[in-house]
Design a protein around this ligand. Structure first.
Ligand code: PRT
Ligand code: ZN
Length: 284
């Protein structure tokens, strides 16, 4: 059997979805057509769909799992489970108003016309804040709605903010932070579950590797204790003698998030010739 995975056919999530599969060693070779493709070396079959349709297909079991934005998962509100946060496709769903407008909080929205492609999420937000407003659902180019007199407020996805800015709007309130997630259907066969576990194991190894760097450096032996204390490593750092007496080469793994701080401290402790190398996979 094969695990059926739905991914976006074209658009912002397509490339990252395909790259992640590749990094997991899953080879989508020949046989790629517009609708379906099979992996040569892993029991998975890909379905290429519009992102909006993915939750429905997963609920219905046409696909077992899917890669899709949380924004779409919450808007469609289908019976699926979020199994893993994939870390790409990050964006936020925000209200925006004309740049000269004075936004005073949720009560500002009372009685306003709001243009959005996310009527369900917006209505939830209004209900939670006891605000009544008129939602105009539009499927694209939401940002032009105030300019053409269709709405007072928009609620749209934002990443850099430049689309809003170019349309004379300002972001005033974020109602959802989103990223691509792996969703799965509620009822998976035992076999499908096993394949999913193996896929998740690979995805996690790739994600961990991306979050860490392999560091090699040269250290004077008298500074080794200090330098080793700065480098936790997976177990403990590897220390090898250099050809020149009194020096060692130290190898370790450090988290991307701590990277700059640790490098500064390593230099201060006398480390030289520091090399930083990306890690491809990391199995703990
Ligand atoms: O054809 P299909 O229906 O599959 O694709 P689509 O056109 O509906 O979606 P697509 O490809 O635009 O986006 C797919 C997913 O990418 C979304 O559901 C989000 O989860 C995620 N994503 C991440 C974004 C953005 N960032 C994003 N910036 N989706 C859309 N945008 C748009 C936004 O709507 C606005 O028009 O980009 C513009 C704003 O970008 P900035 O950088 O100017 O702020
Ligand atoms: Zn879409």
């Amino acid at each position: 059997m094969k695990l059926k995975l739905a991914i976006q056919k074209s658009g912002r999530l397509q490339e990252d979805s395909m790259r992640l599969l590749k990094e997991c060693g899953i080879d989508i070779g020949a046989g790629v057509n517009k609708l379906k493709a099979e992996a040569n070396n892993f029991p998975v079959e890909l379905f290429f769909l519009r992102d909006d349709d993915i939750p429905q297909y997963v609920e219905d079991g046409v696909a077992d799992i899917g890669f899709v934005g949380e924004n779409v998962v919450f808007e469609k509100n289908k019976k699926v489970d979020i199994a893993y946060a994939l870390g790409f496709g990050k964006c936020r769903l925000s209200f925006a108003v004309r740049k000269d407008e004075n936004y005073t909080g949720a009560s500002f929205l009372q009685g306003k016309k709001i243009a959005t492609s996310y009527p369900v999420i917006v209505q939830n937000y209004l209900d939670n804040n006891n605000v009544k407003a008129e939602i105009h659902e539009i499927s694209g180019s939401v940002e032009i709605a105030p300019g053409i007199g269709l709405a007072d407020v928009v609620c749209d996805l934002v990443s850099s903010g430049s689309t809003l800015f170019m349309n004379g709007l300002k972001e005033v309130e974020t109602i959802l932070q989103s990223q691509a997630v792996l969703i799965k259907r509620k009822e998976l066969s035992v076999e499908a579950k096993l394949i999913l576990e193996s896929l998740l194991f690979r995805i996690e190894s790739v994600k961990k590797a991306n979050k860490n760097k392999y560091v090699l450096l040269n250290a004077p032996n008298d500074q080794l204790p200090k330098i080793i204390s700065l480098l936790p490593g997976m177990k403990s750092p590897t220390v090898l003698p250099l050809a020149s007496p009194g020096w060692s080469s130290v190898h370790s793994v450090i988290a991307e998030s701590d990277f700059w701080e640790i490098i500064e401290q390593l230099k201060a402790a006398g480390a030289e010739g520091i090399l930083v190398i990306p890690i491809e996979k990391m199995i703990l």
